[in-house]
Design a protein around this ligand. Sequence first.
Ligand code: FES
Length: 161
Amino acid sequence: MARRGISRRNFLYLIGGGAIASYAMAFTGALIKFAWSPKLGETASGGAIEIAKVGEIPVGEAKLFKFNGKPSILIHLNDGFYAFGAVCTHLGCVAKWKDLENNEVIYCPCHIGKIDARTGEVLSGPVPSPFPKIVVEEKEGAIFAKAWEDSEYVKSLPMYV
Ligand code: FES
């Protein structure tokens, strides 16, 4: 009786070749993504990214978002919106917005670090250096994150590289 279809050897070659081709495509994709990834201080699209609609965050409230792949925080104070990288410059915990004092403090729960919500400066705790500020813009009813205010400073922070 004649054998029909593909031989066992050819079938194994086919499976092996398919696996190699899949790995090669995944590797090439990762390489392209790495080569074309945005530089520090730039957004993935090369422009501003929308964080929230203006009415979405009442005064005294905040929203966590990601900026250049890093947890970040947008805060609505009575004189406008402020945004910072939220990765603590102490040991890298993600800081939060907490209803403390007069609502103008970013709070790191790991070692009770407190950060000024307008400037990013350290108010108390073991935090060694300010939180990096993000330039924000209010446009057409939305808040956009544009860039790190000081990208050289961000490059100096190990948890932001
Ligand atoms: S990690 Fe934020 S205070 Fe220690």
